[in-house]
Design a protein around this ligand. Structure first.
Ligand code: ADP
Ligand code: MG
Length: 726
């Protein structure tokens, strides 16, 4: 019996199995079956050679135009030079000392050629490429004849230098031939309802399609696998959550919440009031709240979360706020202490009668302070605990943890939430805040086990942010004007950020956005450590300039932020450490250098650091990229709209899901290989409804063992990622 769990060794032999494991991380027949073709070459449709770029590793379908052996002038041996064409452009292929290849590479023959694109005397070439003939002919080597392709659609696999696409195809063919009927995770009834083919048939159809229709139907069915298994998992989590006990934490009249509301210097927006009411209702329930609160930076999420924290303190419990970075945790602690005033000063002079204590715990908390914090957390004296991953350590024990607030969820995995949850006897309520606007289908997929609330309006009195592109290639003198603008803002008593994609030192470190594959090689991104002294001693010499980045000591970071907050620093030159949550209402200008090195959502997040006060703000996006280039289009898009949801959608369209969601959600090898969260909205929606119905009727899915196994595999992958990240 050969099933999906069968190891590749038994099927393909030791050597091949080792290569697949090392090169592509494929270990079982199932891994190989789910290593889908990246695209298909179509017999007769030659690859457009105009798109090739030096340095790329490519697989192209081309036709031999000319083949000529040559002896070399300066070296012994022979060289075979073959020119292939797509009908318009030509590509030169060279082999050394392999004259016999001339027999196979005859004029007019078509083949897949694979290698690294180089350049020789101004011509693109592949040196010693591997190739696969499309049709066997007399004179071919036996090996070539056996492996040549017969179908019209030729799968092209994501491959590596060691393992060309057709070798993967050969392995897949061998595995398909011995694969017995497989257990299908999709219930038969549901397959029937939606016209989905069986799993084994889908594997064959995606790897060795008879026709385009065959391939499309197979892909569709396999997309369902991804959507449905994930939705079934989420449905089970929702179901378990509904069944889990929690202590209701109903608001107590005359408590901290009322005192806070009375002391608040502003009134809540209608949106904030709605969300607050929903949270009040959730907290009063006997099963744990699981809510996602999303809203633009500055939409007032933190204030709403703080009210929820106070509500549980009123009921005798504790609340914890987890932030993704040290800087953010410190800032949250400062903000929350400020907002609470005497209400957060229990044990200090001038505390209100009702007061609770706010405790900060991060990786850099000193030993004595840490002991004191742990004592306050353990005794329950600390009603509100704020910190970073340091809160996950085993020695952090709560008296009665009632509410977990996670800020900027995309940096935390489900597993980390679980660690915090395990620090409480009954499951605590969970509120997740994110400033990254999440398109609906992404929310349904990534946060599918959470209820979602969105704050759309910004609190009144906020000025709009004007965003301009500074295209230094076309308008070099505009950069000077950008610095002029910073000086003007400072003269008005305002402050500014200058953002660079990199810290400095080694050119490979800390690049803001992963290099997108549509971009050619370029100079290293600008670094804070280089830009800071230039500005301090040059354009901004008259101002108080400081730098901020992740490699500074936590104390230094905090000191810079504190002095900036007080207005003792005019300009901060920083990396994206200022991306999330930093709140200085007096900051009115931001200059982003090498703006094209950042992703769309990242630029939008950055921009949210200014315009948080009542004075108008400006964001200048500096780029060398010429108009019309993909990198420049991203920058232009951010300048053109301030609608975070629209930008999130654009971002998603341009990038692979894995990049958008981060590895923790998308999976190391990405569980979502075929599913496209924007285009497949209908499918995801239908799968979600089907999954909910199935789980409602049979929570343990006892009638669907194959589905249970698929869900377990997905959870395992999630867990493995968590352990890897440590
Ligand atoms: P977010 O967490 O969504 O970025 P915050 O809760 O930190 O937003 O609020 C941003 C700023 O706006 C803070 O200075 C906060 O005190 C202020 N703020 C919040 N809600 C209101 C409101 N309803 N009216 C006026 N100012 C508000
Ligand atoms: Mg905030």
């Amino acid at each position: 019996m050969t099933g999906l769990a069968t190891g590749l060794r038994g099927v393909l032999g030791d050597r091949t199995a080792k290569v697949l494991a090392a090169a592509l991380d494929l270990h079982t027949v199932g891994d190989l079956m789910r290593h889908y073709p990246r695209r298909y070459a179509e017999r007769g449709q030659l690859t457009d050679l105009a798109d090739l770029r030096v340095g790329d590793h490519v697989t192209v379908l081309a036709e031999v135009e000319h083949a000529a052996p040559r002896s070399m002038r300066n070296r012994r041996g022979s060289m075979l030079e073959v020119t292939v064409t797509d009908g318009r452009k030509k590509l030169s292929l060279t082999w050394f000392n392999q004259p016999w290849r001339e027999r196979e590479l005859r004029v007019r023959r078509q083949a897949l050629f694979s290698g690294k694109v180089g350049e020789f005397r101004g011509k693109l070439q592949l040196a010693n490429p591997e190739y696969q003939l499309l049709d066997a002919a007399e004179g071919d080597s036996a090996e070539a004849a056996a492996a040549s392709f017969a179908g019209t659609l030729i799968p092209v696999y994501p491959a590596t230098e060691k393992l060309p696409s057709w070798k993967v195809a050969q392995c897949v063919r061998v595995a398909l031939d011995v694969l017995d009927e497989v257990d299908d995770p999709l219930p038969a009834q549901m397959r029937l309802r939606h016209g989905l083919r069986g799993l084994a048939d889908a594997f064959r159809g995606i790897h060795r399609p008879d026709s385009t229709e065959d391939m499309v139907a197979s892909r569709h069915r396999l997309k369902w696998d991804e959507a449905f298994v994930l939705q079934a998992l989420l449905a089970q989590r929702r179901q378990a959550n509904r069944a889990a006990p929690a202590r209701p934490r109903a608001r107590r009249p005359g408590g901290l919440v009322d005192a806070f509301d009375a002391a608040m210097p502003f009134t809540l927006t209608a949106g904030q009031r709605d969300v607050a009411a929903a949270i009040d209702r959730d907290l009063a329930e006997a099963h744990p709240m699981h809510r996602l609160l999303q809203g633009e930076v500055g939409s007032g999420k933190t204030v709403v979360a703080l009210r929820a924290m106070l509500a549980v303190v009123d009921s005798g419990g504790q609340a914890v706020l987890m932030a993704p970075t040290e800087v953010l945790a410190q800032q949250h602690a400062r903000n929350i202490r400020d907002l609470l005033g005497p209400l957060g000063m229990a044990g200090e002079l001038g505390a209100a009668e009702l007061a609770t204590r706010v405790v900060l715990l991060t990786g850099s908390t000193g030993a004595a302070a840490r002991r004191a914090a742990l004592a306050d957390i353990g005794s329950g004296a600390a009603g509100i605990v704020i910190g970073t991953h340091a809160l996950l350590e085993p020695d952090v024990a709560f008296a009665d943890l009632a509410l977990v607030v996670v800020d900027e969820q995309h940096r935390f995995g489900v597993e980390q939430r679980d660690v915090l949850r395990s620090k409480s006897e009954v499951p605590p309520h969970v509120l997740v805040m994110t400033a990254t606007p999440i398109p609906r289908t992404v929310a349904m997929t990534v946060y599918g086990d959470l209820e979602t609330s969105t704050l759309v309006e910004l609190p009144r009195g906020r000025a709009p942010i004007e965003t301009h592109v500074v295209p230094v290639a076309e308008r070099p003198q505009w950069l000077e004007r950008a610095w002029e603008r910073v000086r003007t803002e400072a003269a008005l008593g305002h402050q500014a950020f200058v953002v660079c994609p990199r810290i400095g030192g080694d050119a490979s470190d800390d690049v803001a956005a992963p290099a997108l594959d549509d971009e050619p090689e370029r100079r290293p991104p600008l670094a804070v450590e280089d830009v800071f002294p230039l500005l301090r001693d040059g354009e901004l010499a008259a101002l108080r300039v400081e730098m901020l980045h992740g490699r500074l000591r936590p104390d230094d970071k905090d000191s810079v932020m504190r002095r900036f907050g007080r207005g003792d620093v005019d300009v901060i030159v920083a990396t994206t450490v200022i991306e999330v949550g930093v709140d200085v209402p007096n900051a009115t200008a931001m200059v982003v250098l090498d703006a094209d090195r950042f992703g769309i959502s990242q630029l939008h997040q950055l921009r949210g650091r200014v315009g948080r006060g009542s004075a108008p703000a400006v964001c200048l996006l500096v780029t060398e990229m010429p108009a019309g280039s993909p990198a420049r289009e991203r920058v232009d898009a951010v300048a053109a709209t301030s609608d975070g949801f629209e930008l999130a959608r654009l971002d998603l369209e341009r990038r692979r899901e894995g990049d958008v969601l981060g590895t923790s959600q998308a999976g190391r090898r990405s569980r979502l290989r075929l599913l496209e969260l924007l285009r497949d909205e209908d499918l995801i929606r239908t799968a979600r409804a089907e999954a909910a119905e199935l789980v409602d009727a049979d929570p343990a899915l006892t009638a669907h063992p194959a589905l249970v196994a698929a869900i377990a595999a997905a959870v395992d992958e999630e867990r493995a990622e968590f352990l890897e990240k440590g």
